[in-house]
Design a protein around this ligand. Structure first.
Ligand SMILES: [Zn+2]
Ligand SMILES: [Zn+2]
Length: 298
């Protein structure tokens, strides 16, 4: 099973190169965008903010639809994904974190853990995701047969638009989406700004936030995981949050967890502390350099 997973994973990764042999058109780029961003919302809205963090409650049909779309991202099943993510927060950047560049190096934190994790692969039945969401047969089905939704997507693309649609609607977006998700585990624990002094290395990064539909505000998220939004301010692009708000308006989502006032107060206090107790570092001698701190100056 492990070998099969690895063969399929690397085959799909390599298949993105087919982009150079199929004709290019604006329509195909739009197809890439729909396939990438819609499945990204499935992952972040359902797998991450709902199954792992319970940031809101959701109608059972919507729960299935988004879980199905998320599973089509080809990042295994919802219970596996969210269960491991809970452990990421529990041990963030310490021994026990399934994917920390600090603990296991960048390659392992980016891809290795996903393909052949010998240390953390088994999830305990007491894991809150397994304990509470495996009672839904349709979620159990997606978790056991996680290869079905991506396979259906690939077949549908080929049936509708032939080889160009298979490449632009499945191969390329599946690869960009894999690295957008994986980058939250690596890039967002290495590069970016820190609004909150969390005990882990989490960072906010506008670039990863764009491709991972809001998940790049990762330092915010590590500070307060329960919130339905990861962008804590209107200027922090978070399309997953806009989707949750829309679903709330039509009654598909309720009990949406806000960012508490005390967290906003802490953000202001931390900014003030960083300003007044600035640690002198080597970069101070060469003048200011354009790091990614802009959003903290607003
Ligand atoms: Zn993290
Ligand atoms: Zn999380």
């Amino acid at each position: 099973m492990k070998t099969l997973t690895q063969v399929v994973f690397w085959t799909v990764q390599a298949s993105a190169l087919l982009v150079f042999v199929v004709p290019f058109s604006v329509g195909l780029v739009v197809l890439w965008a729909i396939s990438h961003f819609l499945r990204a919302i499935g992952l972040t809205l359902a797998f991450h903010r709902y199954f792992a963090h319970r940031a809101f409650k959701m109608h059972r049909a919507a729960q299935f639809v988004w879980a199905f779309i998320g599973t089509a991202a080809m990042q295994k099943g919802p219970l596996w994904w969210a269960g491991h993510h809970v452990n990421h927060h529990r041990f963030a950047d310490r021994e026990g974190d399934p994917h920390s560049p600090m603990v296991s190096g960048i390659y392992y934190a980016h891809i290795g853990w996903f393909l052949n994790d010998l240390k953390h692969d088994r999830l305990e039945p007491t894991n809150p995701v397994i304990r509470d969401f495996s009672k839904f047969p349709e979620i159990r089905f997606l978790s056991s047969y996680f290869f079905v939704p991506p396979l259906l997507l690939a077949l549908a693309m080929y049936a509708i638009g032939g080889f160009p649609w298979l490449v632009w609607g499945f191969c390329v977006p599946t690869v960009t989406l894999a690295h957008s998700t994986f980058a939250i585990n690596t890039v967002n624990h290495l590069f970016g700004s820190r609004r909150f002094d969390t005990i882990d290395e989490s960072r906010n990064n506008a670039f990863t936030a764009f491709f991972a539909v809001g998940e790049g505000w990762h330092n915010n998220h590590h500070r307060y995981q329960r919130a339905a939004r990861n962008g804590f301010y209107w200027w922090e692009f978070d399309p997953t949050w806009y989707t949750i708000r829309l679903m709330q308006m039509v009654g598909l989502v309720w009990d949406v967890q806000p960012v508490p006032d005390r967290i906003y107060a802490e953000a202001i206090a931390t900014r003030e502390r960083h300003r007044t107790h600035k640690t002198i570092s080597v970069v101070d001698d060469i003048g200011p350099i354009g790091l990614e701190l802009a959003e903290d100056n607003d």
